[in-house]
Unconditional design. Structure first.
Lengths: 417, 254
């Protein structure tokens, strides 16, 4: 009996807190909205890829090639439509298959192997945009199977004596640039990995600084601090700097631990391909070069500064540590889950990517996109946006420090009946 | 903003009104003066405006109307100057859990003093706090009384001309309360430090304060030296004065 009462008290004590309820309600609405957006994006990507026609560019005038293409098109129910150039094809279709010169003759040659090129345009990178890649692989497979049969007939041998005869090399068009698919997935994968790691730290910084100020208020040491003969903005700046220093400690320790963990895992066999290379931060580092790395380091700094300042703001406006925790949790989760959601919604691989900068947490992604699409202004714009947001939050912190809100907090009061 | 000519007046509170967001009136048109070197006590029931008044003097809150001057400096226009002159002990003042008592003393005093002065003040604070070897232990292990003495030691040793103490002995045992009272008395008499304190403890106020202001609903219900007040209300002690001034208006919540 008394246990039930005690449990009830524990639950009620939390449930009665307006901050907790608001945080909970906000999270629910946020996740529902996010779920809708991600669902629609996924549906759209899958729908457009399935059964869509594909362009085919035949550069080989071999009779054998013509036979293969004809047979493949039959098996694909006429999905292949001839195009004159890759560019023209990509304007009309999601994917273009290019049959290079010498395709037919090398199939008939001693090695009996050849390759096709697959071209896709990526305007955004997400898990479900991979559907386009799927279309290319499916068509390449059809070419492989058909070619195998025809090569066997031509040579008068059993088809089982032939191994894989056609391989596909997938090139992606991002803006005006062409980039190999494996390289692209590796870059985006490791950027995400990087963002997730830093995101965890940024979230911890946010929680830590919110709780630190709130507990300082609870211990009343805060009031003694505020009556010291220094200006409020000095105290505010010191607090932000303190939060950043602590999070930098955390970053160093975490990254050291993480790199050790990664180095302790034995190298994965190269033939397994993309999965092994998709998580290599080293690829990212070599691709970005020193200017890209400096931008990433700046983005780490901005994320930590942002989190620290946001945490302080939450801590100052909360009356106690419980409220601070109830607010900091959802705010951090919104930023973090938003970052993860970009995997589903898709990272725009164009100028729109700079808008990611406004979330600060999305800045590293925007920087990598800028490098992939070859448009550095995206990175600078995103950086500018992030910096603006961070400065606005810092200004808010300094302003609140100068006001009485710092002591009396923001209370959510019910109107007396 | 120079110093005013009333240098003998430590704190000048004029028509002070404080209305909190939401419309709650903390202080209502309050006026009183504290002379330099005086120990002034604010008495009153919970919610009568004692803490609000002290916080405004300490530059923590801003008045809605009226003004506060500390040794001639305006508490809003010259907040940093005012803070240089005063030290504030909040109600139930705690300290940073994970610092040691000594760290806390060094930090608080280090924000006001330096070099030789700082060293001397730290020594003094250590002797006021009287925590023995516990001074080098983390504050999280301290009892309420130990924390209070630690916080008070930084306030008294700071060398500030004005010391504001919000319920300095609330919740402490008799021994510690007596020690704190004698310390406050000593600092006021020997060093001419001006003290404003708030209290629920009538005995404390009666024995320690030169003058007392009785606050009720943000207004000054009575003011004077303990003996004056007793005579005026023909009361045996301050408690009776308190009940007679405030009790007619409402039942004192205790």
């Amino acid at each position: 009996m008394s246990l039930a009462k005690l449990v009830k008290k524990e639950v009620m004590a939390v449930l009665k807190s307006p901050a907790f309820i608001m945080g909970l309600a906000f999270m629910a609405i946020y996740f529902i909205a996010l779920g809708r957006i991600m669902g629609v994006a996924t549906e759209q990507a899958v729908r457009e890829a399935i059964g869509a026609p594909a362009g085919v560019l035949i550069e080989d005038d071999n009779y054998f090639t013509a036979r293969i293409v004809y047979a493949v098109n039959m098996s694909l129910k006429g999905r292949l439509i001839a195009v004159r150039t890759v560019e023209e094809g990509l304007q009309r279709f999601l994917v273009v298959i290019s049959i290079p010169r010498g395709f037919g003759s090398s199939l008939l040659g001693p090695n009996a192997t050849s390759y096709v090129y697959g071209y896709i345009t990526l305007d955004r990178a997400s898990m479900f945009q991979q559907a386009r890649v799927g279309v290319v692989t499916a068509i390449a497979r059809a070419f492989g199977e058909t070619a195998k049969l025809l090569v066997a007939v031509e040579r008068g041998i059993n088809v089982t004596e032939l191994s894989k005869v056609v391989t596909a090399r997938v090139e992606t068009r991002v803006g005006s640039r062409t980039i190999n698919l494996d390289v692209l997935s590796s870059l985006l994968g490791s950027t995400m990995m990087f963002a997730i790691l830093i995101g965890i730290l940024a979230m911890m910084t946010l929680m830590y600084s919110a709780q630190a100020v709130a507990s300082e208020k609870e211990e009343k040491a805060f009031e003694m601090l505020l009556t010291l003969p220094v200006s409020r903005s000095t105290i505010a700046i010191a607090k932000i700097a303190g939060a950043v220093v602590i999070s930098v400690f955390m970053v160093v320790i975490y990254f050291a631990g993480f790199s050790y963990m990664m180095s302790a895992i034995p190298q994965v066999d190269q033939t397994t391909g993309a999965a092994a290379s998709a998580w290599s931060l080293w690829d990212l580092i070599t691709y970005l070069g020193s200017s890209g790395i400096s931008l990433l380091v700046i983005s780490i700094g901005l994320m930590l500064l942002f989190s620290g300042a946001l945490g302080l703001l939450i801590g100052i406006l909360s009356n106690d540590t419980r409220v601070a925790g109830a607010l900091a949790g959802p705010v951090g989760a919104v930023l973090y889950v938003g970052l993860l959601a970009t995997q589903f919604i898709g990272v725009p691989l164009g100028a729109e990517a700079s808008l990611l900068g406004a979330t600060v947490y999305g800045l590293p992604l925007a920087i990598v996109v800028a490098f992939i699409s070859g448009d550095r202004t995206i990175a600078l714009l995103a950086l500018g946006l992030s910096a603006t947001v961070v400065i606005a939050v810092l200004a808010a912190v300094v302003k609140v420090f100068g006001s009485e809100r710092i002591l009396i907090g923001v209370s959510i009061r019910r109107r007396p009946k | 903003m120079g110093r005013s000519v009333y240098t003998s007046i430590a704190v000048d509170v004029v028509n002070l009104t404080k209305i909190y967001p939401g419309g709650v009136k903390g202080v209502d048109d309050l006026t009183f003066r504290v002379s330099s070197g005086e120990i002034y006590g604010l008495l009153g029931p919970n919610g009568s405006g004692k803490t609000t008044t002290l916080r405004i003097i300490a530059t923590l809150l801003k008045p809605t109307k009226g003004s506060v001057k500390v040794f001639g400096y305006d508490s809003i226009l010259n907040a940093v100057e005012v803070r240089k002159l005063l030290s504030y002990l909040p109600e139930e003042a705690g300290a940073y859990r994970d610092l040691t008592g000594l760290d806390f003393i060094k930090f608080m005093l280090g924000m006001r003093l330096k070099d030789r002065e700082l060293e001397e003040a730290v020594e003094e604070a250590i002797s006021i706090a009287d925590l023995g070897s516990d001074i080098k232990r983390p504050i999280r292990g301290y009892s309420k009384g130990m924390k209070r003495l630690l916080a008070l030691s930084t306030v008294l040793a700071s060398g500030s001309k004005l010391v504001i103490l919000d319920e300095p002995t609330a919740g402490l045992d008799v021994e510690r309360s007596i020690r704190i009272r004698s310390l406050v008395d000593e600092f006021s008499r020997k060093r001419g430090v001006t003290v404003i304190l708030s209290s629920h403890n009538m005995l404390e106020v009666e024995h320690l304060c030169d003058r007392v202001g009785i606050l009720y609903r943000g207004r000054l219900a009575a003011e004077g030296s303990p003996s004056d007040l007793k005579a005026r209300y023909s009361a045996r002690n301050l408690e009776e004065v308190f009940v007679k001034t405030v009790g007619g208006l409402s039942i004192v919540s205790r």
